[in-house]
Every structure is written in C-alpha cells, then in structure tokens.
Design a protein around this ligand. Structure first.
Ligand code: ADP
Ligand code: NI
Length: 225
C-alpha cells in the first residue's frame, strides 16, 4: 500500500469511530487538527505523511476516556498502521506523537521529540482555543458531569500528570488550569500567530461570563419592572 492509501483508510476508520462523539472529540475536531497540521507542515517543511497520520490518529484512544491509561492510544495507532503494511519506522513516528501529545497539567512540561509532533500538538492545542475551544470545554465538562462554574472552588495548577488526571473541578477552572496557558506553550511560529487571536477571544469570553455570573452587566434595578 502507498502512504495515500494508509491515509485514506485511517481517515475512514477515524471518521466512523468519532462520528457520534459529543465530548468535543468529534470527527470535525480531528479533521480540523489534520487540516491545520498539514498547513503548518507545508510551511515548515515537515514530513507530511507522519503529520497527517499523527493528526488523524491523535485521539484514537485518549487516556481521558480509557481510565487514565495513556499507553492504549500509541499502541492502537501503531497496531493499526502495521496491520495495513506501514513500515515500522512510520508506525513508530506516529505512535510517538500519540504518546507525547496530551496536556498533563499546568506545571508539567510536554515536549514533543520531533518537528512533526510539535506541529500536531500545536494544531490540537489551537482547537482548545477560540470559539470552538469554549464550546469543546463545556461539551467535555457536561459529558463528565462537571458543573460550569463554582466560585468556591479555586483553580489548581497541577504539578503532576497524576494530579491532573484526578481533577473533577468546574469547567470554568479548566480555562485557568489549561486553556489560557496554551498560547505561551505553542511550539511553532504559525501556530503562535493564530493562538494569540484565539486566546484574546477566549479571555473576552471568560470576562463576559464572570460579569454575567453576578449580573454585573445589568444596571442596578434593571431586573425590577
Ligand atoms: P489534550 O490531549 O491536550 O487533552 P484533546 O484533543 O483531548 O487535547 O482535547 C481536550 C479538550 O477537552 C480541551 O479542548 C478541553 O476543552 C476539554 N477538556 C479536557 N479536560 C477538561 C476539563 N477538565 N474540563 C473541561 N474541558 C476539558
Ligand atoms: Ni484532540
């Protein structure tokens, strides 16, 4: 099989698996990660096949939906590619991206060992920002039974992946614990440019959310006739 066939087969498998997802890990999320990553890869001269397969397979068995186990994803990605006759070197490169990509807490570094991995991680992180990022956070929070906001529960700057995995806090805290930190953790220049705009939008969303939470945006007495 040729690289184009591995990509086609992977795309249709992933499309099918994520068609009905309502947690923010739907096929359109994966498609956008792929599209952005391929764009960045062209600009930066990275290996397009590794980037496209890494993007398509990056959420294949996320630890968040597999009892915190972060080895299932890389294993599945590698097994899938080998089953379809991909060379071991390609399967390894893609599986390494899947292993390293995830955010693991505010205080935990998540270095990617290749340019291809840096690109896919950036594309995935851009999807956690902006309007789509806001929508995905609340979709995920709702799917896990998290409350939207609780001013009594302070955000936590997790110092380890284990502590981050145990988090069950309100969804708005996730903005402080991850989403608003991402713009300073982008690996590549094209991602950094886009991240700034999406970050600014998200900051405005949080400010407006907090103003509405306490009805601070309504003038005094506006609620009485
Ligand atoms: P990552 O591998 O970095 O976790 P994903 O593609 O799995 O990236 O996407 C994670 C998405 O899930 C984020 O965009 C975020 O909005 C959402 N998410 C993860 N954890 C939480 C949480 N505790 N509360 C709300 N949303 C969350
Ligand atoms: Ni993702």
């Amino acid at each position: 099989m040729t690289p184009q066939l591995w990509i086609q087969k992977t795309e249709s498998m992933v499309k099918q698996q994520f068609a009905a997802d309502a947690t923010g890990h739907d096929w359109p999320h994966i498609r956008r990660v792929r599209d952005l990553a391929v764009r960045f890869a062209r600009e930066l001269g990275a290996n397009l096949v590794v980037v496209e397969l890494g993007a398509l397979l990056h959420d294949i068995a996320d630890w968040k939906f597999h009892g915190g186990d972060s080895e299932i994803g890389p294993q599945k990605a590698s097994d899938w590619l080998l089953l379809h006759g991909a060379p071991g070197k390609l399967a390894d490169a893609v599986s390494t991206i899947v292993r390293e990509i995830s955010y693991k807490g505010a205080g935990v570094a998540t270095p990617m060992s290749t340019l291809e991995g840096q690109i896919v991680q950036d594309a995935d992180r851009l999807e956690a920002l902006g309007a789509i990022g806001v929508a995905r956070a609340f979709a995920y929070g709702g799917s896990k039974g998290r409350v939207m906001h609780d001013p009594e529960v302070p955000p936590m700057m997790h110092a380890s992946f284990e502590a981050y995995k145990k988090n069950t806090g309100p969804t708005l805290n996730h903005f402080y614990e991850k989403l608003l930190l991402l713009k300073d953790r982008m690996n590549t220049a094209p991602a950094r440019r886009l991240a700034q705009e999406r970050h600014d939008f998200m900051q405005r969303f949080v400010d407006q959310f907090l103003a509405e939470w306490d009805c601070k945006d309504a003038p005094d007495g506006a609620e009485s006739p």
